[in-house]
Design a protein around this ligand. Structure first.
Ligand SMILES: *Cc1c(COP(=O)(O)O)cnc(C)c1O
Length: 373
């Protein structure tokens, strides 16, 4: 008999396409037989965890035989202090991806709708489609805009109806790097009906302090339907540990708490995240390295006569002016992993994360060689 388990799945699952992650280093080693690989594909922190997080991880090994604190008491207290909110406003997740999925599971059904932007973060369509809700995708700003391919808040507002339960906004956005200023964003949130939650994903918050990108966590008291999502995966250098969180109205947090797995954040992640929040020196060093990296990459791309999208994140989106597939293939053969974004509907673009100066140099010379072929 030929099994067709796909026919047995929930209808919403049938049309899903899995998330396409950056190629892991070990996979490239296996498949291409190359060594000394530079991975600039997943917006990871090239410094990794800071010394305080590393020490917390070492110390945490002894307790790994116990279940973690399912309520995340210590980390929530630390975060409550950081954001000036009560611990009842905080939901911890196994990465912020977990929190995004919990929001979709809690508020979306096949007769409701969710709004997000074209070229918005790839997890939004997956989380929405899995619930069977209707995805309303707002066209992005044109490539000629000051924020090329960025969120068009007017277009997004136009898609909101009485059935809209969630709006996903990434600020800054991945994979474009574009951002929204505080005035426009506040006006947008204020115009959204109270029956619609605005999920503001601030994964790159710490990298965006140099531009007019707001800290929306300060607006939580004013907008009960605002949910701010943050992660330890990017500037804090803990992507492998999977920890993120949502700040929201206590009722929203209470709803998410009903749905989440009882021990959704592991004990090492809890310990490392708490320690990372106290490591200001590591965060500063990370942001400084990123500022240098963005400058270096931008300058290098300009020398190659390539158009880059302005970025407030730790990555750059570049228009290669030709299909990115063969260029990426050449980069892989040169042991450099970047991120083609054809899955976002951007077949000529490549996204590259900032690395150390040496890694950025490796990327730029590999790109120059690839473009000559
Ligand atoms: C990387 C990223 C995240 C973080 O995902 P985690 O699950 O926390 O690792 C969330 N949102 C956006 C826009 C991102 O780029």
């Amino acid at each position: 008999m030929t099994e067709k388990f796909i026919d047995l799945t929930a209808p919403a699952v049938r049309g899903l396409h899995p998330y396409v992650p950056g190629k892991p280093v070990s996979e490239l080693e296996r498949e291409y037989g190359v060594k000394d690989i530079v991975k600039l594909a997943s917006n990871e922190n090239p410094l990794g965890p800071g010394s305080r997080a590393r020490a917390a991880l070492q110390a945490g090994i002894a307790d790994a035989g116990y279940y973690p604190d399912g309520g995340g008491f210590a980390l929530k207290n630390r975060l409550a202090r950081l954001h000036g909110v009560g611990t009842e406003c905080i939901t911890l997740g196994n990465g912020s991806n977990d929190v995004l999925v919990l929001l979709a599971e809690a508020f979306l059904t096949p007769d409701t709708e969710a709004v997000y932007s074209q070229y918005g973060f790839a997890v939004y369509p997956i989380a929405v489609q899995a619930t069977g809700a209707k995805a309303c995708v707002a066209p992005a700003l044109p490539a000629t805009d000051a924020m090329p391919l960025g969120h068009d808040l007017q277009a997004m507002t136009g898609l909101v109806s009485a059935r809209t339960r969630l709006i996903f906004v990434a600020n800054p956005n991945n994979p474009t790097g574009t951002w929204l200023d505080g005035t426009s964003l506040r006006r947008f949130i204020a115009a959204v009906p109270p029956s619609t939650l605005v999920v503001l994903d601030e994964a790159y918050f710490d990298y965006s302090r140099g531009v007019d990108c707001p800290d929306a966590s300060a607006w939580l008291g004013e907008f009960p339907n605002l949910v701010v999502v943050r992660t330890f995966s990017k500037a804090y250098g803990l992507a492998g540990l999977r920890v993120g969180y949502a700040l929201s109205h206590p009722q929203v947090a209470e709803i998410l708490n009903r749905l989440r797995q009882p021990f959704n954040v592991n004990s090492l992640a809890l310990a490392a995240a708490e320690a990372a929040l106290d490591d200001k020196a590591h965060l500063q060093e990370t942001v400084r390295l990123n500022d240098d990296g963005l400058r270096q990459l931008e300058q290098g791309m300009r020398q190659l006569e390539l158009q880059v999208v302005p970025s407030a994140g730790n990555f750059l989106l570049v228009d290669l002016g030709r299909p990115a597939g063969p260029v990426n293939e050449s980069l892989l053969r040169q042991a450099v992993i970047a991120r083609p974004v054809g899955n976002y509907g951007l077949p000529n673009h490549l996204r590259v994360s900032t690395g150390t100066a040496a890694q950025n140099t490796r990327f730029l010379s590999a790109l120059a060689a690839a473009l000559k072929q």
